[in-house]
Design a protein. Structure first.
Length: 127
């Protein structure tokens, strides 16, 4: 009778769809609840293709106000795609750009610009 009254009280407190954990041990606390189902497997992460990595790098260079973009080299590393781009700045300086793109997330990990040196000497009128 006592057990029936206790169960009725617990059911009324937790609601019809609730769960009650009963511990028959005296003075003990309720054991931790175990997960009801197995955890979902980690989703398979597709890696970026070469074309996707190049598109991301070109978009970043364009966002940095570079013009006349030309892809020179693309390397696939363990974690990143490395894309080298030749470009011109808004001041018509020739630039070498190196962009590293994370192969899994598509995040731009590194963006570096360097002004290319001219290959010929400038001629001055007073020479």
């Amino acid at each position: 009778m006592r057990l029936t009254a206790t169960l009725a009280l617990l059911l009324s407190l937790t609601g019809c769809g609730g769960y009650a954990v009963l511990d028959s041990r005296s003075g003990g606390s309720a054991p931790p609840q175990q997960p009801r189902s197995t955890p979902a497997p980690a989703p398979h992460c597709e890696e970026l293709t070469r074309r996707q990595a190049v598109d991301i790098a070109l978009a970043e260079a364009s966002r940095q106000h570079c013009k006349y973009l030309q892809v020179c080299d693309v390397d696939r590393g363990r974690r990143h795609w490395t894309i080298e781009i030749a470009a011109r700045s808004g001041h018509h300086d020739r630039l070498e750009i190196r962009v590293k793109v994370d192969r899994r997330t598509g995040e731009v990990v590194s963006y570096k610009e360097r002004v290319r040196e001219r290959k010929h000497r400038e001629h001055h009128d007073d020479d």
